[in-house]
Design a protein around this ligand. Structure first.
Ligand SMILES: Cc1ncc(COP(=O)(O)OP(=O)(O)O)c(N)n1
Ligand SMILES: Cc1nc(C(=O)O)sc1CCOP(=O)(O)O
Ligand SMILES: [Mg+2]
Length: 211
């Protein structure tokens, strides 16, 4: 299987209806497996407004809507899943809140042990990072491609690679066997715009899948 794109939102969406046009454009660029609503330092009612505006766009394109950090809001706002980090809450607590029918993804940084633990507990995917310096988040755990290769050889649970991934630098990450590439800045700040970025990522993924 070749890689798929997992799009991460900007940390602030001040005008959901304006951002909706950007998201539509991005999803017009091609396949996007998931869109994570990753709003930081924003009140719950603003997260709810964004989710309500963006959910139908995701549903129309078959893109899973994933809530960051907050399993309670994933349920309340009818998201397809939640992503939790090591400082958010344990996997088991997130699963208890969202139930069996929503996805739970877990940040595993650059740790084989954390990833094994999450997969064995039932996580739907494990996220490794950061593969490159990021302008979105100050990253503290540089990850190397070997962890993706090792995981790909050994495990069925999908891997997500994150951190500073761009159209220009993504090829080795794809070749290492990541199932999903999670990208924020590399799409929203792409020189030719989000639609062109998603198209370019998908062209790289398809080319890699060719015999
Ligand atoms: C797909 C994906 N992978 C990793 C993260 C990072 O989660 P976390 O460590 O909880 O950091 P914040 O994103 O909450 O700042 C993610 N959000 N998504
Ligand atoms: C949210 C996040 N988590 C990371 C990790 O390493 O766990 S890196 C990161 C930032 C992702 O945005 P960009 O694609 O702009 O670097
Ligand atoms: Mg988090």
């Amino acid at each position: 299987m070749t890689a798929r794109l997992y799009l991460i939102s900007p940390a602030r969406i001040d005008h959901p209806s304006i951002f909706a046009d950007e998201l539509r454009a991005a999803l017009d660029g091609g396949d996007v497996a998931a869109f994570q609503l990753r709003l930081k330092d924003v009140p719950d009612d603003a997260i709810a407004r964004a989710a309500d505006t963006l959910r139908p766009i995701c549903q129309q394109r078959d893109t899973a809507l994933i809530m960051n950090d907050r399993p309670d809001l994933a349920v309340k706002l009818d998201c397809d899943g939640v992503h939790v980090g090591q400082d958010d809450m344990p996997y088991a607590e997130a699963r208890r809140i969202v139930g069996p029918n929503r996805q739970v993804g877990v940040t595993c940084k650059a740790s084989r042990h954390l990833a094994m633990e999450a997969a064995e507990a039932g996580a739907d995917y494990v996220a490794f990072g950061a593969f490159f310096p990021s302008t979105t988040k100050q990253v503290t755990s540089p990850a190397s491609l070997e962890i993706l290769e090792w995981w790909n050889e050994l495990m069925e649970v999908p891997s997500v690679a994150i951190g500073g991934i761009t159209v220009e630098n993504c090829r080795p990450v794809v070749a290492a066997g990541a199932d999903f590439l999670a990208v924020a800045s590399g799409v929203w700040n792409y020189k030719e715009g989000p639609e062109a970025a998603v198209r370019a990522f998908n062209e790289i993924f398809s080319a890699h899948g060719q015999p």
